[in-house]
Write a protein that binds this ligand. Structure first.
Ligand SMILES: C[S@@+](CC[C@H](N)C(=O)[O-])C[C@H]1O[C@@H](n2cnc3c(N)ncnc32)[C@H](O)[C@@H]1O
Length: 273
């Protein structure tokens, strides 16, 4: 595989920029008080909360009691993740139980492809996490109208959530079409980074997988460089290679948008050793 012309200097862990080195992976959102009690550290998030229109169905799902069981925490405003430290327990009283294979989707957007996957695999449990309220509402609405019993939805930052979960907890983590953060000064916000992948890998079960896809070429080559270099993960397609788009991954909204703009699509699947 040919390397992207300007990728190596960006992702080699030994040549991280000062900004990348100072990425505080213990941090979550907003400003935190430093140990000396005086300084405020700027926290680097992978998302920017957008204000977009909430349609009636999404609003209904966020407020009506018949959808409430899909919503693990407060769905309006910043998600409060306090006490969410076991995703399996969310399914203990449901038909699949807590030991069924567990998928976590990070940043499901409006949730269409997430819900399609959950409906296609009823014996697997699916947890989705998003920060975008209209998306959380729409996703809960679709889960409710299809009466799915294998879905739970969390409002909040996936990095914070993952840090609260036990090790070896999740069978599959999927991250489809994450924000590409194209400008070089924003690269530290990219979800796929050595620091964030350490957090993702910790919560994966041995033999579990991390599946990602992007329609941004630069990010695709960045991802393969970061992930191939990550000890503890093995590229299912062989080092340096992308995976063909698997049949089980439905087309997502952002993928459709990318294809319409003439972008390609790159999938990557990594197994935890
Ligand atoms: C470009 S959109 C892609 C949405 C969807 N996966 C798709 O392909 O249509 C990326 C989504 O990830 C969400 N996101 C980014 N960082 C996140 C984080 N740390 N935790 C939860 N959601 C996040 C954003 O809010 C946004 O909705």
């Amino acid at each position: 595989m040919s390397q992207h012309p300007d990728i190596n200097t960006n992702v080699d862990a030994t040549s991280l920029t000062d900004d990348q080195k100072s990425l505080d992976t213990n941090a979550t959102s907003g400003n935190e008080v430093a140990p000396d009690g005086n300084k405020h550290i700027r926290i680097v998030n992978t998302f920017m909360k957008r204000r977009t229109h909430m349609n009636k169905n999404a609003e209904l799902a966020l407020t009506a009691p018949e959808f409430a069981h899909y919503l693990v925490n407060n769905s309006f405003g910043d998600g409060n993740l306090e006490g969410i430290d076991d995703l399996r327990a969310l399914f203990a009283e449901l038909p699949n139980g807590s030991e069924a294979p567990l998928t976590l989707e990070i940043g499901f957007g409006l949730g269409d492809s997430f819900i399609e996957m959950a409906a296609a695999e009823p014996s697997r449990n699916f947890v989705g996490i998003e920060v975008h309220e209209p998306g959380i509402g729409k996703c809960a609405y679709m889960a409710g109208t299809q009466n799915l019993s294998n879905v739970r939805i969390i409002n909040g930052d996936a990095i914070q959530l993952l840090k609260q979960l036990p090790e070896n907890h999740i069978d599959r983590i999927q991250l489809y079409f994450p924000d590409p953060w194209q400008k070089k000064r924003h690269h530290k916000r990219r979800f796929v980074s050595p620091e964030r992948m350490a957090i993702v890998t910790r919560s994966l079960k041995q033999g579990g997988w991390f599946h990602t896809a992007t329609d941004w070429e630069h990010y695709a080559f960045w991802m393969v460089e970061v992930l191939d270099g990550f000890v503890g993960l093995s590229n299912q397609a062989g080092a340096g290679n992308f995976t063909s788009r698997p049949d089980f991954r439905p087309m997502t909204k952002f993928e459709r948008r990318g294809l319409a703009s003439g972008h390609g699509v790159w999938d990557l699947i990594y197994l935890k050793d």
